[in-house]
Ligand binder design. Structure first.
Ligand code: SF4
Length: 484
């Protein structure tokens, strides 16, 4: 069966071409992103959405302004609760720290809840190289682990796969009888994962937000795997980016509401698991050891370089679901742990190994849909433009790009040349469209990329300016009279 996977090591253009040529991927993306975007709108409209967005934005700005103090407060409170905090500058530091914790505790098996931070630092590979078995327990993550793929969406890691493909994977890897019934498929996964939970020595998760004033790490899930990961094994490790902070418990519930509504269109998620420290005498459950690894990996530099606004991100995935580029090419074409508009901003800034990472800021139409959908009102188009400027300033552009932009700049500086270019464009595009039934099916030279996957409509035969001039012929224009 044809699948919807893309080889991440190929050049960016090839990845995009492969994605556009994959009709299964297109079907999977259309089904899911449209549904999630619609659910988000309904959930935000059910409350005072603009007010919620303003409140979350203010809170996240406060966090960034007070990041060092809040991180120290978090560390103090986690330590007072009996946990341990570790600081990791780079991805390799997270790998080393977690492998050391695991070795000291004689860990053989690790269960993991969904975590983009651990994907970012390739923690699974490090633990496996150290001889441990690692099992993803979020259903989507479990499926892609069985398939040997990375996630393709921040919230819905297996969004690129159709149920037919998931059934194939389970038949192959778990001996499941042929079925397309999602309930049967889920129960097979549940049965397999339950055994893993009960025999795991260590649980690892990311962190949706950590509360500085109480030293509490919170994970938001819908499957209950988060709380099994955080309470059943002897050792529990949280890996979180340094920006995943909220100052107070009230702020945590503010972010929780924005996250649930924006990510999955729910009023609240099915589970919210909060861990402040290891099990205390008399506690019914909980880990014997609780560790929190705080990850930088380029985030502090992002603040310094002027891209700190992207650190307000609460990883809801709403910008992916509305992005016309993501909806066409899916997450794997970006080649990075983080895809979509937020991925195109984060990936060139933090320390990730991504083939052709400087191409990602161009994976956007700059339509602004991502900014409008974002619960934190992050101005992603502004940062995408600034990243493109960085690429130009670094001299990483082609001769065609430079000549094209210089010609465009000269044209836009003169009304006569703008109108002349418009007239020529209209004449040429209408001639070409006339040859192929009203739309241009194939543009020449470097412009051919545009028509490789879609048609190009011809320019209007008469420009707005020409129509306006004709309409206003003989009429007096208010203002011109006064200025005369
Ligand atoms: S940038 Fe905004 S919309 Fe996109 S994932 Fe982050 S919080 Fe969500």
């Amino acid at each position: 069966m044809a699948t919807s996977t893309i080889d991440l090591t190929l050049p960016y253009k090839t990845r995009v071409k492969d994605a556009l040529g994959n009709k299964h991927l297109k079907i999977a993306l259309e089904r899911s992103t449209g549904r999630m975007a619609g659910q988000r709108v309904a959930a935000m409209n059910a409350v005072d959405g603009p007010r919620l967005r303003n409140q979350v934005r203010q809170m996240k700005e406060y966090v960034l302004r007070n990041l060092p103090d809040l991180l120290e407060q978090l560390e103090t409170n986690i330590t007072a609760n009996g946990g341990r905090v570790h600081w990791a500058k780079e991805a390799v530091d997270v790998q080393r720290i977690v492998v050391e914790i695991a070795r000291k505790a004689n860990v053989q098996k690790v269960v993991k809840a969904k975590s983009m931070a651990t994907e970012e630092v390739h923690l699974n590979q490090a633990l496996q190289a150290a001889g441990m078995k690692v099992v993803e327990t979020d259903l989507g993550e479990y499926i892609i682990q069985l398939a040997g793929e990375p996630p393709s969406h921040i919230v819905a890691p297996v969004i690129h796969r159709r149920v037919e493909e998931i059934s194939d994977i389970f038949q192959r890897e778990l001996d499941m009888p042929p079925t397309l019934d999602p309930q049967v498929i889920c129960s097979v996964a549940r049965g397999a994962l339950r055994k893993e939970f009960l025999s795991a020595d260590m649980g690892i998760s990311g962190c949706n937000f950590a509360i500085a004033e109480t030293g509490t790490c919170c994970i938001v899930t819908n499957e209950g795997n988060g709380r099994m990961t955080s309470t059943l094994p002897r050792v529990y490790v949280v890996v979180m980016g340094i920006e995943k902070l909220v100052p107070t418990v009230e702020d945590a519930f503010l972010q929780y509401q924005a996250l649930s509504r924006s990510a999955t269109g729910q009023q609240c998620s099915v589970y919210l698991s909060m861990t402040s420290g290891p099990r205390k005498p008399g506690d019914a459950d909980g880990p014997e050891e609780f560790h929190v690894v705080l990850l930088d990996n380029g985030r502090v530099d992002m603040l310094a370089k002027g891209y700190g606004e992207a650190l307000c991100c609460i990883r809801c995935g709403a910008c992916l679901n509305v992005c016309p580029v993501y909806r066409e090419i899916g997450g794997h074409a970006y080649g990075s742990t983080y895809s979509g508009p937020i991925g195109a901003v984060i990936s060139p800034n933090i320390h990730l190994e991504v083939t052709d990472v400087d191409k990602l800021p161009y994976a956007s139409s700059l339509c602004g849909a991502c900014r409008d959908a974002c619960p934190v009102k992050i101005d992603l188009p502004r940062m995408l433009v600034e990243l493109r400027r960085d690429v130009v300033e670094a001299g990483d552009t082609t001769v065609f790009d430079r000549a094209g932009m210089q010609a465009f700049s000269r044209m836009m500086q003169s009304r006569a040349s703008y109108e002349a270019a418009g007239g020529l464009g209209s004449l040429g595009s209408n001639l070409l469209a006339g040859l192929s039934g009203g739309v241009i099916k194939s543009l020449p030279g470097p412009l051919a990329a545009w028509t490789s996957s879609r048609d190009f409509p011809p320019l209007a035969k008469r420009s707005f300016r020409a129509q306006w001039r004709e309409r206003m012929k003989g009429r007096k224009v208010i203002g011109e009279e006064q200025n005369a």
